[in-house]
Design a protein around this ligand. Structure first.
Ligand code: NAP
Length: 259
């Protein structure tokens, strides 16, 4: 299938590793020019080089905190008229709600809810004017099935989910879609960190914890980030214009519900 987005311009957050990198690569393979963002300059420049030399598209690396006003301004200066946005960055720390003060909550809300809200605010009217826009927010399976040690993530992402549910319906008639992708277990640096944190809480070794987490996935394995990247590219395609306001779980069948 030709996704029909060659020549479009995308901004992808948190793109020097893991899921964001996979989304950027999948879009670039479809001929999309990508502006990719991460805080560590050396890493984002290296990934830009890799993606550019594999795909031949224009790849602009921006070293910035995508969840800060200055960071978003730098990104939008590099790509002022994006057709596609993938809102993604790091997840909040693990822990117990008894230990989180106001500052911890505000940081999680900023990084896992408001960063995406403000990026949408700053780009959606241009998309409406140009009659094409695709926005994908990488949230988490925790939106459907909360994860005990990830209370900050469970909560902040639920807020973003509510915002998208309403806003997506306001902009749909302009061929602008907003959807959330809910990853389950994907083999990334972040996932390994969480496995380590869970192992500590449950007094197990990392290897034991990894085996338990793997067994909980119906597919019997963790996801490959590119499996998520390819779904993201599809949601950003011309063909996906009738899908909006959705929360798409991609978790190898781990979530046990009928719906
Ligand atoms: P990862 O492997 O840790 O990669 C995170 C990427 O985001 C890195 O490139 C990091 O680079 C960048 N980043 C972090 N904070 C940033 C910021 N403020 N501004 C710009 N870039 C930033 O994480 P991942 O596993 O791909 O996860 C991506 C998102 O999906 C996270 O929010 C995570 O909680 C969520 N998620 C992941 C899984 C999973 O199984 N992997 C499951 C559910 C949800 P720098 O540190 O250099 O900025």
């Amino acid at each position: 299938m030709d996704l029909g987005i060659a020549g479009k311009k995308a901004i992808v957050g948190g793109a020097s590793a893991g899921l964001g990198r996979a989304c950027a690569l999948a879009l670039a393979r479809e001929g999309v020019d990508v502006t990719i963002v991460a805080r560590t300059a050396v890493n984002i420049k290296a990934v830009a080089k890799e993606i550019g030399s594999e795909t031949g598209v224009k790849v602009i690396p921006v070293a910035a905190d995508i969840n800060s006003d200055e960071g978003r301004a730098a990104v939008l200066q590099a790509c002022p008229e994006p057709d596609i946005i993938v809102n993604n960055s790091g997840g909040p720390p693990t822990g117990n709600f008894r230990d989180w003060d106001r500052q911890a909550w505000l940081a999680a809300l900023n990084n896992n809810m408001l960063g995406a809200v403000f990026m949408i605010k700053e780009t959606v009217d241009g998309m409406i004017a140009r009659k094409f826009g695709r926005i994908v927010n990488i949230t988490s399976s925790a939106v459907k099935a909360p994860i005990s040690i990830l209370g900050l993530s469970n909560s902040a992402r639920a807020g973003l989910t509510g915002f998208v549910a309403g806003t997506s319906r306001e902009v749909a008639k302009h061929n602008v879609t907003i959807n959330n992708l809910l990853p389950g277990d994907f083999d990334t640096g972040r996932h390994q960190e969480n496995t380590r944190a869970l192992a500590k809480v449950q007094n197990r070794t990392y290897e034991e914890m990894k085996a338990i987490r793997t067994a909980a996935v119906a597919a019997g394995r963790f996801g490959d980030p590119l499996e998520l990247g390819n779904l993201c590219a599809y949601l950003c395609s011309d063909q996906a214009g009738f899908i909006t306001g959705q929360n798409l779980l991609i978790d190898g069948g781990k979530y046990p519900g009928t719906f």
